[in-house]
Ligand binder design. Structure first.
Ligand code: GDP
Length: 481
């Protein structure tokens, strides 16, 4: 957790001066208002011989303090629709399936108007609502936890019937299992002549995804995003699964939602696409998300229609935040505008202080020293982002920051969360840094990074990322001179 030097000192019953002195002895110069990184806290724990548990940073992202378990009053609980995420290997038909489900469920008149892909929507099947979410960086998303539970209630794993299990299928299986949500396998493209259901089942069974008809516990449903075949059966299965989950929440509570996408829109300002997890989000609500706050000026439902409120498991766009919040952050309604402002301001101060202290980290000096010895001329990076657009923009900018002495070398880049594979790749190349834009590593990945000595830096503002890299490169240059 974020912790300033003096706060840490208070917690362990020492004076700030004592802690500063201890850190100075260890070669770290800090003032009492500086934030301590997890590493420093761990080192201090060892020095003072006290046991310290550090909260997972992923929980920080969602600001779990907003969700204290004992504050939850269940008297008004009602059942809520399931939130379903689709994962799978690229080109296996995730987008097509989402589009087909949507177009097959909306009134015929409206269907014609739907041309553009929508990131989240709710459909109705025999009186039951189901919310589907398309999330960039699925893995980061599914492992993000709100109130101890994943945003996603059920995961659909798409595997193409003509292609079978592929690397991202395996990654998806792992992420899906880690999230704890039930998994349904949609074997897509069964319209194809080369479709082979048994081949898919055998491949999946090798990864502990044994089909029900083979004595296992995973439902496999053949579908075609092209013809629509099997989609009704898939929806029926989702409903059966969700009934088993007994999903509930309180529609009368102050709204708690998760931001699944956010961007600046000309003429509207910051627009955040959210899923409501608890309560009802209303026009006029005072809201805070990440380090930004505001008042809900307008709400658009999943069809783009202006609405007065968004209910449980509903998704739509929120207009009225002062700035674009990070994907995955919790958007929470507050009793008053001043409370919303105070929470956001405190968080903004914390993150600024953290960025400042991060930019003066010793590792950059070490890097510079290595260049001075002629060991590095390029700064190797692995870049991960939550969306293709930002990935391309950052790549292009990074590639343009260079001169005769030093440059950025992008070893690998991609859309999605920071995975163990990225850590392995980074540790294989000397001094490689992993840069995450709007994506964050899970606890397991962070642990691995630490044990491999790989540095992961995450950003939510492109300029902050670029400035940081520029600073690193100029540090590298001045070391050569
Ligand atoms: P994604 O990368 O998983 O989102 O995959 P897409 O939805 O973009 O689909 C990749 C390609 O497969 C596209 O060319 C689709 O038209 C095609 N495709 C998707 N679903 C089906 C299907 O059920 N049958 C057939 N024949 N092609 C499909």
């Amino acid at each position: 957790e974020d912790c300033r030097v003096y706060e840490f000192a208070e917690k362990i019953g020492k004076t700030a001066g004592d802690v500063i002195g201890k850190l100075f002895m260890l070669g770290m110069m800090v003032t009492k208002n500086d934030f301590l990184g997890n590493d420093e806290i761990e080192i201090l724990g060892e020095e003072y011989n006290i046991e310290i548990t550090i909260k997972d940073e992923l929980e920080d992202v969602n600001y779990v303090e907003d969700y204290a378990e004992d504050e939850i009053d269940k008297t008004n609980y009602v059942s809520r629709p399931p939130v379903v995420t689709i994962m799978g290997h690229v080109d296996h038909g995730k987008t097509s399936l989402l589009d087909k489900i949507r177009s097959s469920r909306v009134a015929a008149g409206e269907a014609g108007g739907i041309t553009q892909h929508i990131s989240a929507y709710t459909v109705n099947k025999n009186g039951n609502d189901i919310t589907f979410v398309d999330t960039p960086g699925h893995e980061a998303f599914t492992s993000m936890r709100v109130r101890g539970a994943s945003v996603t209630d059920i995961i659909i794993l798409v595997v193409a019937a003509d292609d079978g299990v592929k690397p991202q299928t395996i990654e998806s299986i792992k992420a899906a299992k880690a999230s704890g949500a039930p998994i349904i396998v949609a074997v897509n493209k069964i319209d194809k002549e080369t479709a082979n259901m048994d081949m898919v089942k055998a491949g999946m069974a090798e990864h502990e995804m044994s089909p029900v008809d083979w004595g296992g516990d995973v439902e496999f449903i053949g579908v075609s995003a092209l013809t629509g075949e099997g989609i009704e059966e898939l929806l029926e299965n989702i409903i059966i699964q969700s009934e088993l989950l007994e999903l509930e929440a309180d529609p009368t509570a102050l709204a708690k939602a998760t931001v699944i996408e956010a961007l600046q829109v000309k003429g509207k300002g910051a627009v955040a696409t959210v899923i409501v997890q608890n309560g009802t989000l209303k026009v006029g609500d005072n809201i805070v998300a990440d380090t930004t706050f505001g008042r809900v000026k307008a709400l658009l439902d999943d069809q783009g229609k202006a609405v007065k409120e968004l209910g449980l498991s509903r998704t739509g766009q929120v207009v009225g935040l002062g700035d674009v919040p990070i994907t995955g952050s919790a958007l929470v309604a507050q009793k008053s505008a001043s409370e919303a402002k105070e929470i956001a301001t405190t968080r903004a101060e914390h993150s600024r202080a953290k960025e400042l202290s991060a930019s003066t980290k010793v590792s950059l000096d070490e890097m510079a020293a290595l260049i001075a010895e002629g060991k590095i001329k390029a700064l190797p990076v692995i870049l991960k982002a939550d969306a293709g657009g930002s990935l391309e923009a950052i790549k292009a900018s990074l590639e343009s920051i260079k001169n005769d002495e030093v440059k950025v070398k992008i070893i690998s880049s991609g859309v999605g969360g920071i995975t163990e594979a990225d850590i392995a790749l980074a540790s294989a190349s000397d001094d490689c840094i992993i840069l995450g834009f709007n994506v964050r590593p899970t606890g397991a990945v962070k642990t691995k990074a630490k044990s491999e000595g790989v540095e992961i830096k995450t950003y939510s503002i492109i300029y902050a990322l670029l400035d940081d890299i520029k600073a690193t490169l100029s540090g590298m240059m001045s070391a050569i001179v």
